[in-house]
Design a binder for this molecule. Sequence first.
Ligand SMILES: C[S@@+](CC[C@H](N)C(=O)[O-])C[C@H]1O[C@@H](n2cnc3c(N)ncnc32)[C@H](O)[C@@H]1O
Length: 390
Amino acid sequence: MLPRVPVAIDDARMQEANRWLKSRGFSWAEIAPRIDLVGNVWLKTEWFLERMDRVAARIKDTPPVDDLDVLIRLFVLQLPVTSKRFDETIPAELASSVEAMGLLTRHEGRVEAPVAVLEHDGIFIVSDTFKEMADDLALLPLGDQFPFVSTITRCPGERYLDLCTGSGIYALLRSRTNRDVIGVDINARPLGFAEFNRRLNGIDNVRFMKGDLYKAVSGKFDIISANPPFFPDREHPTEKRGDFCHGGAAGDLITNEILEGLDNHLVDGGYCFVLSFSLYWKDGSVNPNWPRMQAKGYDILQMSNAVPLDDPTVAPQGLRDALRVGAERIEFGPCVFRKHAGEKRAGWLARAPFVEKLGFDVHDLFGALSTAGTDDARDEITRSYFKRHA
Ligand SMILES: C[S@@+](CC[C@H](N)C(=O)[O-])C[C@H]1O[C@@H](n2cnc3c(N)ncnc32)[C@H](O)[C@@H]1O
């Protein structure tokens, strides 16, 4: 059974917990090298989990070296810590606040974390851990999210919509550059985590709403983002299952609905960021359907790397099934769509490998790409832009 969703308590105590995590150096920059996660971190969650299991096995019988080590064991590696060591790490009053929030439990002289806590760019994200699986879990932000976070960082705008928000990670990160932010999810559980995370980080300009994609919102947005469910699902080829991972036969059911909705929900000149698998079928077609979006006048930047399908820790079964039924190559990464602001014309497509930690300015790059005459020239501009900005 999944643990209970964390409970927000009064703001002052939540802010105290936030400050304390920061004071102990609980940041991704400090955590990553301690759990052997330096280098290429763009691949799938399963890959991270396998690595973390290895680290956990290596250190579990040795005592923590410092307070940060205690926190990493509890919140990242999901290892128990003795109550004695934990009580040396955290002031008693704060410990009782953190327990009241449901971030920790005590049992027979041990302290454990039923949920995960991670840090992205100064924001703490509490989520489920993947120890228990369920359709409506709040996705652990340790995998898919890395390429996406670095892609969406430099795109200011007034109204921001994050579809399939899960733990709320992108909505909360974008609260700094976008005045009014909405995160939407179809499931109550991830929304409970998202709202908890909003309170933990003391953020006021983000609202979380329950609903099926755009049905929860009205009006147009300057920026729309989504990390939708996108695993191919042969058992439910045409069904939106409302879970965290499945996206119909080719995995693109929900992605396509999001893209179709841009006509009504994205302002002219606005950007949409979608994280997806791109399946290249043996008949030469590609999924999701970029040509259709181009014909409607959207410019597209696809940043993706080939998924190593022979590695089961990276490629889930659904993808290997897709290969059997006719995909010859599968790529993974963030794609950016821009809706034309002026006169209607067919959009262009630029493609480049995804490079970790881009943090690029999307207006800047799309401006440069618009001056190019051919797709080849655009690919070249993108590659050299990334070389300069990576
Ligand atoms: C892959 S997870 C992404 C979560 C989060 N954005 C992240 O990157 O960590 C997909 C999320 O979409 C939600 N979801 C699935 N179908 C949906 C729908 N039709 N409308 C809104 N949200 C949906 C799931 O509950 C899940 O939280």
